[in-house]
Write a protein that binds this ligand. Structure first.
Ligand SMILES: [Zn+2]
Length: 495
């Protein structure tokens, strides 16, 4: 009888498979890291000191009335921001504060999937580690953000951590109401609450669902993910599911939502006590529960690979004595920026001449420019390359571009233009080495009319405008003096 039933279940499961195995989803599931998950829990449950806002802090309680509650929210926010996500506070009362971050969808930015957990805890005293309830779910949401931000998401993903669940789903109810009033298109909610307790290692867990919006389909998909990727949980459907956690806030607004939670017949023995500690976790189980959650969200949001910093073009050109470098990227992943390196007359002596900030992670085309002043004169071959540096310090070099850099070795004073002129004209000159430069204008009788330049100038070409609107028509002279150089040219003002 039992075997027969199993055969029927397998048959039904095959009928409803709508997603086939994907290498990207497999890779994401494999990136789920138990050390990372465990460490987030240790920080959130006071098992280890952390750093919040630059100062050391130990979160000994996340109960809504304890200082640690707000500090935990700060911790969560800074964690989400550290993955390059914009993170927001949603205050709903003097003590209530949800924290959420947004990974914008590249194709469907207005359609949202939510992966969430409550971060507040019990009991109400000064000590409340709340490791399983619910640092476990909170840590999984943070770990999801750590991994998913390494990918493109076609749909928007909201990483949400609710406050005051323990007082009756207050934070999530507020969020769901705001979303409902704003007409948000929430495509599905995955709520994680107590996902690390399995005292007999039977890998059993429950998915709570109800026939509301696509909640049943979400449950089906989570079951498929578990089998498709060999995650190894034994999942039970609870329908109609319980309403004691934050997914119910979304059901109340007719949004599809499911809860993943440990097996009710093997419930956490230290629930809501000062003994709810990470040391009692079943870590392999915690990892599996996280993996199945990440698998479903990554599948639904349709995560795809980002090509890390794909260069489109890199060019160099000379204007006067400046070299202008232009480049662009088709996409970027964790790009801190570009160091600009230059080598003169060979490719053996690259030195860093500047830095341009990158865009972090981006799937749009980004354009960059940098202007270099090589401070050399005469004829040179100049080589440039870019050193693209990731936030984690890894780097790659672009191809080398080179230009013929031909600037005079001597001072030059050019003929003004236009000439004759009325009432203003342009005078160009070139300085081959750092020098004190003086340029003055004289009238036909040799009387000084105006000083145009009288200061130190570094190597380069310069342009000045001479405005003669206050002067009468006639012939004028302009004279440049620098080091041992002196030259005079004639210009004619005709009004
Ligand atoms: Zn809970």
């Amino acid at each position: 009888m039992k075997k027969f039933l199993q055969a029927v279940i397998i048959f039904l499961a095959l009928q409803t498979v709508s997603f086939s195995q994907s290498p990207v989803i497999e890779e994401i599931i494999n990136k789920t890291n138990i050390d990372s998950l465990k460490y987030f829990v240790r920080e959130l449950s006071g098992d280890v000191q952390t750093v919040i806002g630059g100062s050391p802090y130990t979160i000994v309680s996340r109960h809504k009335n304890q200082t640690g509650n707000n500090m935990a929210a700060n911790y969560i926010k800074q964690k989400l921001q550290s993955y390059g996500l914009p993170a927001y506070d949603q205050n709903f009362s003097s003590t209530g504060r949800n924290v959420y971050a947004v990974q914008l969808g590249t194709v469907y930015p207005n359609k949202k999937y939510i992966i969430c957990a409550h971060y507040d805890d019990m009991p109400s005293g000064t000590t409340a580690p709340g490791a399983d309830d619910n640092a476990s779910g909170t840590a999984a949401v943070i770990e999801a953000a750590r991994i998913f931000t390494q990918y493109n998401s076609k749909y928007t993903i909201i990483y949400a951590l609710w406050d005051e669940e323990e007082q009756g789903l207050i934070g999530s109810a507020y969020y769901a109401l705001q979303a409902f009033n704003a007409g948000d298109s929430i495509m599905g909610v995955i709520n994680l609450d107590m996902i690390a307790w399995d005292s007999n290692s039977d890998n059993k867990a429950e998915i709570h669902t109800r026939p509301i919006a696509n909640s049943i389909a979400l449950k089906d998909l989570m079951m498929q993910i578990n089998s498709l990727y060999g995650i190894g949980l034994t999942l039970y459907t609870i329908n109609p599911g319980a309403t004691y956690s934050d997914h119910a806030s979304f059901w109340n607004r007719n949004y599809g939502a499911i809860l993943l939670i440990e097996y009710d017949s093997d419930f956490n023995a230290y629930y809501h006590t000062t003994n709810d500690k990470v040391q009692y976790f079943n870590l392999p189980y915690f990892l599996k529960m996280s993996k199945v959650s990440f698998g479903i969200v990554a599948t639904l949001a349709d995560l795809t690979q980002i090509i890390p910093v794909e260069m489109l073009a890199f060019t160099a050109s000379v204007k006067n004595s400046d070299v202008q470098l232009l480049w662009s990227t088709a996409s970027e992943l964790n790009n801190m920026g570009f160091e600009i390196e230059r080598s003169i007359d060979n490719q053996d002596n690259f030195v860093t001449v500047g830095f341009v900030d990158g865009k972090g992670t981006s799937t749009e085309i980004n354009y960059y420019s940098f202007t270099d002043q090589p401070q050399v004169s005469g004829v040179n071959q100049i080589y440039y390359r870019l050193k693209q540096i990731d936030f984690d310090g890894t780097f790659t070099y672009t191809d080398v571009v080179n230009i013929s850099y031909d600037v005079p070795a001597e001072f030059v004073l050019n003929q003004n233009y236009p000439n004759p002129f009325n009432p203003s004209t342009i005078i160009n000159y070139f300085v081959p080495q750092e020098s004190f430069v003086s340029i003055k204008v004289y009238d036909f009788l040799g009387r000084e009319v105006i000083t145009l330049v009288n200061e130190m100038k570094s190597i380069g070409g310069y342009e000045i405008m001479f405005d003669a609107s206050q002067l009468p028509s006639g012939t004028y002279f302009y004279n440049m003096i620098a080091d041992n150089y002196s030259d005079t040219k004639k210009m004619i003002l005709i009004k």
